[in-house]
Design a protein around this ligand. Structure first.
Ligand code: PMP
Length: 367
C-alpha cells in the first residue's frame, strides 16, 4: 500500500494561527460581544442600503479597481487616488506588504505587544519577526531604532496600538522615521485612527505624503461598522501602491463592500456621533473599572486593556469565565503577552454598565 506523506509547507505549519475573539454567549443568556473592537452602533444606514442594492447582480464581477470606494476616500480625505489601494480588510494589505517586501533572511520589526497579524505574515514569507520591548506599554522609538539591522525591511507600528490602546505622539513617529534607513518601509497601522482626539494625528498623513518609505493602513471595520464586509485601504507612495496593486487578487473587494464603504465614508454626522459615543464611554468605562480597583492601561482607542490581580479566583481567566456566564464576552490577550488581562471593547451604554456591574459582582464589590 502507498504511504501518504504530507506535502511540504515551507514551514507555515509552525506558525501559531490567529485566533479571533469569542462571539457566543451560553444558551439562554443575552450576548454582549465586547471582544473584537467592533462598533456597538453598526454602520450608517446609507451603507447598509448601498450594500443591499449592490447585491442585485451577483453574477457580475465587482469593479477590480474599487473605483467608487477609492474616489470616495480620496474626496473625503483630500488625497490623490493614485496613492490609495483598497484591500480585503487592512489585514490583506498588511499581508501584501510582507509579500512584496520580505524574503527569507529579511527581518521585520514590530512592538512587543503589537497586532498578531504582523508576526504571522512575516513568518509566512520566511522572514524573521523582531519583537521590540515597549516602555509603559507604548512603542519605544530608541529601542526600535536600536533593533534595525542591515536585514530590516519593514517596521510595523500600530498607533493607537491594539491591544494596549496606547498612543505614540507624532513627534516621536517623525523621530522614528528620521532614524530609519531609506530602504526600510515604516508601516503606520491606523486601524483606530478615527477615535484619536489628539490634534497631532493628522501629521501621519503629512508624513506619508512627504516620504518615499512610509505607508498608512486604515480600516472600515471599526468606526464605520463594516467589519463583516472586509474593507481596508492604504495610503502610500505611488511605487509601493503600484507594487501591491500588481500582486493583489484581481477582484479583492466584493461589490457590496465597495458600495457600502463609499456610502459610509460620506456619512460624516453619523461617524461624528459614533466618535462622541466612544469618547464618552471610554472615559466612563476607564473610570468605573479603576473604581473597582483594577488597573487600566490608558487608551485612546475603542477598547481598554484591564489588568487583574494575580490572586487565586481573581485572575483574568477567572474573570473571563464569570463574565462569559453572564453574556459579556471580552478578549483574552495572553497571545499578545498579557496572560492576566482582558481587553474590553467600548459598547452600548447597557453593555458597558452591565460589564462593569458584572465585574463588580465578580470582585465582590456589588454596586
Ligand atoms: N490592525 C490592527 C491594529 C487591528 O486591531 C486590526 C483589527 N483587529 C486590523 C489591523 C485589521 O483590521 P481589518 O482587517 O478588519 O481592516
Amino acid at each position: 500500500m502507498r504511504t501518504m506523506r504530507p506535502v511540504p509547507t515551507k514551514g507555515v505549519l509552525d506558525i501559531e494561527a490567529y485566533v479571533p475573539g469569542k462571539s457566543k454567549a451560553p444558551a439562554g443568556v443575552t450576548l454582549h460581544k465586547l471582544s473584537s473592537n467592533e462598533t456597538p452602533l453598526g454602520p450608517p444606514p446609507a451603507a447598509r442600503e448601498a450594500a443591499a442594492a449592490a447585491l442585485t447582480q451577483l453574477e457580475v464581477y465587482p469593479d477590480g479597481q474599487s473605483s467608487a470606494l477609492k474616489d470616495a476616500i480620496a474626496e473625503v480625505h483630500g488625497l490623490d487616488g493614485r496613492h490609495i489601494l483598497c484591500g480585503n480588510g487592512s489585514d490583506e494589505l498588511l499581508g501584501l506588504l510582507c509579500q512584496c517586501y520580505l524574503a527569507p533572511g529579511d527581518e521585520a520589526i514590530h512592538t512587543e505587544h503589537g497586532f498578531l497579524v504582523y508576526r504571522i505574515q512575516i513568518l509566512a514569507r520566511g522572514a524573521t519577526p523582531v519583537a521590540v520591548k515597549e516602555t509603559d506599554a507604548t512603542a519605544d522609538v530608541d529601542a526600535i531604532l536600536a533593533a534595525v539591522t542591515g536585514k530590516t525591511k519593514l517596521v510595523f507600528l500600530a498607533n493607537p496600538n491594539n491591544p494596549t490602546g496606547t498612543y505614540l505622539p507624532f513627534d516621536e513617529v517623525r523621530r522614528l522615521h528620521a532614524g530609519l534607513p531609506g530602504h526600510v518601509i515604516l508601516v503606520l497601522d491606523a486601524a483606530y485612527a478615527e477615535y484619536v482626539r489628539r490634534n497631532d494625528y493628522g501629521a501621519g498623513i503629512e508624513l506619508v505624503s512627504s516620504s518615499e518609505n512610509v505607508v498608512m493602513t486604515r480600516t472600515f471595520s471599526k468606526i464605520y461598522g463594516l467589519a463583516g464586509l472586509r474593507i481596508g485601504w492604504m495610503y502610500g507612495p505611488e511605487a509601493i501602491v503600484d507594487a501591491l496593486d500588481r500582486v493583489r487578487g484581481p477582484f479583492n473587494l466584493n461589490a457590496a463592500a465597495i458600495a457600502a464603504g463609499a456610502a459610509a465614508i460620506r456619512e460624516r454626522a453619523f461617524i461624528e456621533s459614533a466618535i462622541d459615543h466612544n469618547t464618552r464611554w471610554l472615559e466612563w468605562t476607564t473610570g468605573a473599572l479603576e473604581g473597582l480597583g483594577l488597573t487600566v492601561t490608558p487608551s485612546v482607542g475603542n477598547f481598554v486593556l484591564v489588568h487583574f490581580p494575580d490572586a487565586p479566583g481573581r485572575t483574568a481567566a477567572d474573570a473571563d469565565a464569570f463574565l462569559t456566564s453572564k453574556g459579556f464576552i471580552l478578549r483574552r490577550v495572553a497571545g499578545y503577552g498579557f496572560p492576566n488581562a482582558l481587553r474590553m471593547t467600548i459598547g452600548t451604554e447597557e453593555a458597558n454598565r452591565g460589564a462593569v456591574a458584572a465585574l463588580a459582582d465578580f470582585l465582590g464589590r456589588g454596586q
